[in-house]
Design a protein around this ligand. Structure first.
Ligand code: 5CA
Length: 445
């Protein structure tokens, strides 16, 4: 993409309404625009990052054997009356009527609709296990929408639902989701810690929230610092392997890690003092096991291998896709702007032409741009007739992890400069070497 052809409405001034850095940077970098309280339009670069996040989620769900579906945002109240949640959900649910006076609502989550799909089509344990998920807009009429996409009223969420014949299978589904979530967050350059949580309006017996540590987080968290050293790395994961998923889930949930809602001071005090940490976190996902709560209420059952009719065991699992943009920025920025992790960056590499219109720099930039594109990477070429300082400021603000700078002096010596956004370190290289380095970096992302 050439910057002169792009729509990147950056703001010079800090918007007064933005109280936290991610909100400020998303507005300044022209990623979103508020449409009304807690409701945003997604501009090209914001949407691009969201799509990268979505892709990681889809890929990891596919690996785990989960199937994508898409359910409507507007739903009939009837199903929600069956489960009893139409009355229970309260003011957070946005309710409306259609022209015939039928009660409708904008979906805050989708347990009812998915259970309805299940009961219409599945009747035997032979069709299980089954996990269906979607990435779809949700609406919750939050009393105090704030911090931009972090606590919106309309937000984009991955919500998945597992159906299993008994508790043991459902427990594996729970562990499998935990592992797939850990892997998804890791690919986004984040460490999200699973913490024992409260189940709230979803209901249920077991639930973990995934929290990214950040001072601006809404939840107070208490944890054993031993957990921050854990990574999956390139561990080979077999999602059909119950023992392996259980082992990983145990590894991540054994160290003490809880939000204030479930915090237990006595248990916490058993952690060696030097490892006891109190901090804040952003909730980027939550998994629930709730047994037969919805299947009992809505009559979703299967015949098991003994020929008995049994209610199906369920869980639901959410990832805050739009919230993740804010969380990633909170975890990865500096005074000059965003620092995107390679896994979610909107463009892989910036190309900065220090003297637009100069035949030599233009040619090197054009060649780099073409070669990078041919290699399957997406560069953002700053081809504006602007001062070098302004170009660098824009690149730093929008946070591409790598930048290649092309100036007349370097071109004369046959070199360009490759700069890492995170460390600020630069290296002079031949253009083809710079390209090879960028290709290599992304080959393992
Ligand atoms: N049905 C379950 C799992 S699919 C569910 O709704 N879970 S949830 O309530 O925990 O939401 C899932 C994730 O959506 C949360 O972890 C959070 O990251 C995100 N989320 C929830 N409310 C908001 C909001 N108001 N703005 C942005 N993201 C939100």
């Amino acid at each position: 993409m050439r910057l002169t052809r792009y729509f990147l409405p950056v703001l010079k001034e800090n918007p007064a309404e933005a109280k936290i850095v991610s909100h400020r940077l998303m507005l300044r970098a022209g990623m979103i625009k508020q449409a009304s309280a807690g409701i945003y339009s997604w501009l090209p670069m914001g949407l691009k990052v969201m799509q990268r996040i979505e892709r990681i989620v889809h890929e990891e769900q596919a690996r785990a054997g989960h199937l994508p579906v898409l359910m409507p945002t507007l739903q009939s109240a009837d199903l929600w009356r069956e489960s009893g949640r139409y009355d229970d959900y309260g003011e957070e649910m946005l309710r409306m009527q259609d022209r015939h006076g039928r009660d409708m609502l904008y979906t805050p989550t989708a347990e009812e609709l998915i259970t309805d799909i299940f009961r219409a089509h599945v009747s035997s344990y032979k069709d299980l296990p089954l996990t269906l998920y979607q990435i779809q807009w949700k609406f919750r009429d939050e009393i105090r929408p704030r911090f931009g996409v972090m606590r919106g009223r309309e937000f984009y969420m991955k919500d998945g639902y597992n159906f299993d014949v008994d508790y043991e299978h459902a427990l594996h589904a729970y562990n499998r989701h935990m592992v797939s979530y850990l892997r998804s967050y890791e690919r986004m350059g984040l460490q999200a810690i699973p913490m024992r949580a409260d189940s709230g309006p979803i209901g249920g017996e077991d639930t973990h929230e995934f929290l990214v540590l950040a001072e601006t987080g809404e939840s107070e968290v208490f944890y054993d610092s031993a957990i921050t050293g854990l990574t999956l790395g390139d561990r080979d994961i077999d999602y059909t392997n119950w023992d392996q998923c259980a082992l990983i889930a145990r590894e991540w949930t054994e160290p003490y890690a809880r939000t204030d809602e479930t915090h237990d001071e006595a248990l916490f005090n058993q952690v060696p003092e030097a490892r006891r940490k109190v901090s804040r976190g952003i909730e980027v996902g939550q998994i629930f096991y709730f047994g037969t709560k919805y299947s009992d209420a809505m009559g979703a059952s299967v015949v098991n291998d003994k020929g008995e009719q049994v209610p199906v065991h369920m869980g639901s699992h959410g990832i805050g896709v739009s919230r993740l943009l804010g969380a990633i920025i909170e975890a990865s920025h500096d005074d000059n702007g965003i620092v995107w992790p390679e896994g979610v960056t909107p463009f892989h590499c910036g190309i900065v032409n220090l003297r637009q219109g100069d035949a030599g720099t233009d040619r090197v930039c054009e060649d780099l741009y073409a070669a990078m594109t041919a290699a399957g990477l997406e560069p953002l070429y700053d081809d504006r007739e602007e001062r070098a300082g302004a170009k660098f400021a824009t690149m730093d603000l929008i946070g591409l992890p790598w930048r290649i700078t092309v100036g007349p002096r370097g071109v004369k010596n046959g070199v360009v400069e490759l700069t890492c956004r995170r460390t600020g370190e630069s290296e002079e290289l031949k253009p083809e070497m710079a390209l090879a380095r960028v290709k290599e970096i992304y080959s393992s992302v």
